[in-house]
Design a protein around this ligand. Sequence first.
Ligand code: NAD
Ligand code: UDP
Length: 319
Amino acid sequence: MLAFVTGAAGFLGSHLSDRLLRDGWSVVGVDNFATGDPRNLREANESDRFTFVEADVSEPWTGWTTRLDSAQRVPDVVLHLASPASPVHYERLALETLAVNGLGTMHAVTFAHEAGAKLLYASTSESYGDPLEHPQRETYWGNVNPIGIRSCYDESKRFGEAYVTTAVRKLGIDARIVRIFNTYGPRMQAGDGRVIPNFCVSALRGEALTVYGDGSQTRSFCYVDDLIDGIVRLATRPGLGGRVVNVGNPDEYTIRQLAEITARLAGVPLHTEDRPLPPDDPTRRRPDIALARELLDWQPAVPLEIGLARTLDFFRLTR
Ligand code: NAD
Ligand code: UDP
């Protein structure tokens, strides 16, 4: 079985590639290192079933797929994860983010269609924007500012969802969409700007944890191994073509609670520094995972304190 993973040098793409290789798959990983890191591919590179291609998936895929040998050109599944994911990165790479979720997704659909492969598109809880429904179910249409600072990400992911679901209807491809809620773990970048790496690095350096706004906004954090397990189930189970499924951990925390837990696990006194809340920052977020439970027999297994302790260990070793 052969899988194509776009964004393979990223946080989630590299864990996904490793998991598929452990399960016996062959994997072609593609990345342009826009936000990825070659060190994330160390484990994958040890396998002779892993092939890496450096390419921009917003460009036509014929440019790089012809570099593969014929046995590597017909995957069973294409997993399209390439996209900046942290607000800091997607605001810096705004046009590139629109391109990879727009053009990149269109190329992924064409490629999967021609190969007769399944497609998994990595969407996001940001599709719900600043949600007026809580917790968020897949049926909720969202509350998104189409012209705000986050729209390059939110709206391009929503375009990707529209393109993929339309291709299911018009082309008959077998595509699935995962709406990923905040996920964390080893291999996040220290300078990524997301809250868990920021808090872990600051706590380990004995610096103040930067709390944006009053810290009352909430997020629900999923450990990476749980998320990857949900993605593999959604991508590979038969009979799920056209389905859109939330995958995330429904345990909800305020950002101030997260700061307290991180400081305690790092063994340091809590010092925080107040910073302004970025525009359009969602006030609360928690997935309803009833559909994932029903369709995938999946639910998260790693509590926040366990996952956060592992993540702190990772940042201790890589500092
Ligand atoms: P990441 O930044 O670590 O990984 C993204 C990878 O995509 C990077 O390696 C980057 O270099 C690559 N990439 C970006 N543009 C590319 C292009 N044009 N061509 C080739 N490669 C390109 O981010 P992540 O957290 O691993 O996120 C992976 C996917 O999951 C993204 O699509 C993201 O939107 C989605 N997602 C992640 C989270 C999360 O909490 N981690 C939440 C919601 C959705
Ligand atoms: N946040 C924070 N301090 C930081 C980084 C982020 O208080 O150093 C807040 C941010 O405003 C948001 C939440 O933490 O409310 C999660 O931010 P992140 O960038 O991790 O993810 P997203 O906003 O995409 O859910």
